[in-house]
Design a protein around this ligand. Sequence first.
Ligand code: MN
Length: 201
Amino acid sequence: MFTLPELNYKYDELEPYIDAQTMEIHHSKHHQAYVDKLNGALEGQEVSETDLSAILADLDSLPEDKRMAVRNNGGGHWNHSMFWQVMKPGVSEFAGQISELISAQFGDLDKFKAEFESSAVGRFGSGWVWLTRNGQELKITSTPNQDNPLMDGVKESDILLCLDVWEHAYYLKYQNRRPEYVVNWWNVVDWEIVNSKLSLA
Ligand code: MN
């Protein structure tokens, strides 16, 4: 049914911004647990990876006793799969369509980052920060737990970027310093992936 995706880079390749031990535990333990529990919740049903976004966009159609498990663990699987994908080692040039849209709407990259960081730091407890689009308009939002914009009716192709702000994403290296984690995270964001999502949308 659902499986843990392989990363396009090694656990230590996002150093020094995200440490290898955090990456290993986050991917091989936390993400794996979401996959296992999602498979448990949907046991006996004919579903595959490509069905997940549609399932999350229509949780109400699930039997009530499965709904919360799928919301939390299906969300966890989908969110982390995207999170690994929007990061990469090395320098990623901020260019192309995303840079035009961000300049037009926020003025410049620093102003955009400040707004995104403020959403990340302001998320109480565990959750995610998102960059989505609605036509030419960009939107920064945040969700609690493993919720995501699919659950609020945003199309999968309009979800451009995500940041995990659960403590398990940064605590080993940054402890309580979430703002420092968020600022450092920009160094591993893959803007090319964001641009390729924009060109498909
Ligand atoms: Mn996580």
